[in-house]
Design a binder for this molecule. Structure first.
Ligand SMILES: Cc1cc2nc3c(=O)[nH]c(=O)nc-3n(C[C@H](O)[C@H](O)[C@H](O)COP(=O)(O)OP(=O)(O)OC[C@H]3O[C@@H](n4cnc5c(N)ncnc54)[C@H](O)[C@@H]3O)c2cc1C
Length: 385
């Protein structure tokens, strides 16, 4: 049986960032990825926004890692030629939204984000003439990143440091021997022709995204006591044909479960609205680990477009509904039910569950992309004890 220092399950942006971090620290790392290439899961189905860290409860991991991760990500993107742009964003409102905007400003300040600026109607019109709002908060540190460019750079660093991503390699079981060594069984190869392989490792990180709970149930030991129930919440996008008359990201005040129907621009010059929140409900924790993406219907229903148009026309009355088309969608792994307040990221290490050399990540929804480099540092910290 082959032995490596560490195994990471999942080659999304989170698993790649963790594997890179550990490889740069001198560890021999292999990433197991069930798909045929890296980053085909949630990491390629998001808005690509580098969030400033405005909305999350102060003291939460989301707030802390978003702010730290944003700074790390800008530096990394700059030094590694990752395609990105620091466009800034406006959170827009009418007069009745003033209280909600003030609450965002306060939360942002508590999170250490000090660069927000109030704009009145005229100042908004100078920046973005197509908007019809009475006020806005300007966040200059919000930006966008090309996630594929980022993941290629992370994988490049990993392989340069001697690590690798093993594609078509699906974790099906793991157990820890008395010496603390992990034995991991993986199915390798195309689904119907896969063969089984075993590997041993000193440490194991579960960064399987939507499947993190199902993977966790295949890792024997007391950590299973702490696996949260997972719920899926789909986020649908509507794409805008033609050029958008905006040069910044435009967000309304947030709605329960999401950030409201906002406009994001991508690094290729496209514009989309969304994501909305379509609650898909609780998932079966005993499902096949690695099966979630194949079982999700990612199509965007045309009937959602009217709602997008209504929401957007509140702040961009000039939107012509016929310019909207069904876009793509992504799914958030939620670890709190719909009626409960949004949960924080859940990263469990040996101090939490008592199993040496095991770190598991649950509920890594937004701002996971922004936070990936900060999350990677935190995981290294967990592994070093
Ligand atoms: C609609 C939407 C919009 C978002 N927008 C933003 C945004 O603008 N900014 C931001 O900061 N964040 C955003 N996020 C959050 C961000 O996209 C995620 O936090 C991040 O991509 C999660 O990455 P991941 O690596 O955990 O998951 P994934 O990318 O899903 O990677 C997990 C990987 O694990 C693999 N896997 C699963 N099971 C197994 C197994 N048994 N064996 C081997 N491999 C396995 C999967 O194939 C997959 O490749 C958004 C999320 C959504 C859903």
């Amino acid at each position: 049986m082959d032995h490596v220092d560490g195994l990471v399950v999942g080659a999304g942006v989170i698993g790649l960032a963790i594997a890179r971090q550990m490889a740069l620290a001198g560890q021999e790392v292999v990433v197991l990825e069930s798909a045929d290439r890296h980053g085909t899961g949630t990491s390629s189905r998001n808005s690509g926004v580098i969030h400033a860290g405005l909305y999350y409860p102060s003291g939460s991991l989301k707030a802390q890692w978003c702010v730290e991760g944003r700074q790390l990500l800008y530096e990394y993107a700059h030094s590694h030629q990752v395609v990105h742009a620091n466009l800034g964003k406006l959170i827009v409102g009418q007069s009745q939204d003033e209280e909600a905007l003030r609450a965002i400003e306060q939360k942002a300040r508590a999170n250490g984000v000090e660069d927000l600026r109030w704009l009145n109607r005229q100042q908004v019109a100078e920046l973005e003439p197509a908007l019809a709002v009475t006020q806005a908060l300007h966040s200059p540190s919000t930006g966008i990143v090309d996630v594929h460019s980022l993941m290629n750079a992370l994988e490049g660093d990993l392989t340069d440091a001697g690590g690798m991503v093993a594609v078509l390699s699906r974790l099906v079981a793991a157990e820890q021997g008395p010496s603390g060594l992990w034995t991991v069984r993986a199915e390798v190869g195309e689904p119907r022709q896969a063969s089984e392989m075993s590997l041993s490792a000193n440490w194991l990180v579960n960064a399987a995204g939507l499947d993190a709970d199902a993977v966790a149930w295949r890792i024997q030991g007391p950590a299973q006591r702490l696996i949260p129930q997972t719920y899926f919440a789909k986020g649908n996008y509507a794409s805008l044909s033609g050029r958008a008359p905006f040069s910044r990201l435009i967000y309304p005040v947030p709605v329960p479960g999401g950030l409201g129907t906002h406009l994001t621009l991508d690094t290729g010059g496209g514009a989309q609205f969304g994501p909305d929140v379509e609650w898909l409900g609780a998932v079966d924790p005993r499902r096949d680990p690695g099966s979630s993406h194949a079982s999700i219907d990612y199509r965007v229903d045309e009937s959602r477009l009217d709602r997008f148009a209504q929401d957007v026309q509140r702040w961009w009355p000039g939107l012509d509904r016929s310019r909207l088309q069904p876009g793509y969608s992504g799914v958030r792994p939620k670890i709190a039910p719909l009626e409960a307040p949004a949960a924080d990221f859940l990263v469990l290490g040996p101090r939490d569950h008592g199993q040496e050399g095991l770190v598991e990540l649950f509920g890594i929804e937004s701002p996971g992309l922004t936070a990936c480099l900060a999350i990677a540092r935190a995981v290294e910290h967990h592994l070093r004890g």
